[in-house]
Design a protein around this ligand. Structure first.
Ligand code: SF4
Length: 308
């Protein structure tokens, strides 16, 4: 194919040997099928132990129930996207963090299983890290690391609902493990600044400037990490333990009796819109609903300190 200076082609060549492009649905189908097989191989069975991610407040107990008992259901595009982003992001970040032991299996009162990532005392930056922020004084202290990947446009802070849902998972791990220090590492897949304009019944309106910030302003960070310390003697541990027990017991009884009758619907009902079990669940017919009250919203419970 002859390229004429200036970027145009000889018209006869263009007709004889064009570049042919078409959407490849077969390849997409292959990807989806294989992803579904991989996803299904990790599917939890009704008799499997409850996992921390099943009972987090903010997630739906009914959804956790159906994900185990419904034999075949269509994965949503969002399910696939979350799965791929979560897996790949964690794989890369765990490698980067040079974590000696990738996962530790922990049990809470026999019914709940947790598999947090654990940073061991083998990597060089770990002792330095412990010396500066951990309440532990010995070099063998272990730190739980929770990796999250989000499409959120805003950079999350401890007063944000989504941040608190990430934090809760890490706190559950700290409660279950008995450790006092964790790291919450958040990767942002969206790096475009959005300026909020207004909200109406259809949703929020934003403006996206061409530059990431004003001149001299820092661009948006792609990864942020937070140190979380929950002292071993803190009474917040008891409150969180009770929260875990209540939710595990609800889900376990439902699974044992193979009945969703006692399970509340999710607190934030907009989450039902994309739920793959919407038809089975029929949320408008469910009366009991999860509470939106969150202990982590209590004033003074979370204290943010400047790390510099
Ligand atoms: S439709 Fe709503 S309440 Fe029902 S399982 Fe899905 S998220 Fe939960």
């Amino acid at each position: 194919m002859a390229l004429i200076w200036g970027g145009s082609y000889q018209s006869n060549t263009k007709k004889e040997m064009p570049i042919i492009i078409s959407k490849d649905y077969r390849f997409l189908h292959l990807l989806r099928t294989n992803l579904k097989v991989l996803y299904s191989s990790r599917k939890r069975k009704p008799e499997d132990r409850i996992h921390v991610s099943d009972i987090l407040s903010g997630s739906c107990l009914r959804k956790a129930f159906y994900a185990r008992v419904v034999k075949d259901y269509d994965l949503t595009v969002e399910d696939i996207d979350n799965f791929v982003r979560g897996e790949s992001s964690e794989y890369v970040l765990v490698g980067l963090a040079d974590i000696g032991v990738t996962q530790k299996e922990l049990l809470f009162e026999d019914d709940l299983i947790a598999r947090p990532d654990l940073m061991t005392g083998s990597s060089s930056h770990k002792s330095e890290f412990q010396n500066t922020i951990s309440t532990k004084k010995d070099n063998e202290a272990e730190i739980i690391v929770e990796f999250k990947d989000t499409k959120s446009f805003e950079r999350l802070t401890p007063d944000n609902k989504r941040f608190k849902s990430y934090l809760r998972q890490l706190l559950y791990y700290l409660v279950i493990s008995g450790y006092d220090t964790g790291i919450l590492c958040i990767r942002y897949s969206n790096n475009r600044r959005l300026v909020w304009i207004k909200r109406d019944t259809k949703g929020d309106y934003f403006f996206s400037p061409k530059t990431n910030g004003q001149e001299g302003e820092e661009s948006l960070t792609e990864i942020e990490s937070w140190t979380v310390i929950l002292e071993k003697g803190s009474n917040i541990r008891d409150i969180l333990k009770e929260e875990i027990r209540t939710r595990v017991s609800l889900l376990k009884s439902a699974l044992d009796s193979n009945s969703d009758a006692q399970l509340p619907k999710v607190a934030e009902e907009w989450k039902c819109i994309k739920c793959p079990f919407r038809q089975t669940c029929n949320p408008s017919s469910v009366i009991s609903q999860d509470s939106e009250i969150d202990i982590l919203d209590e004033k003074g419970l979370i204290v943010t300190i400047d790390s510099n």
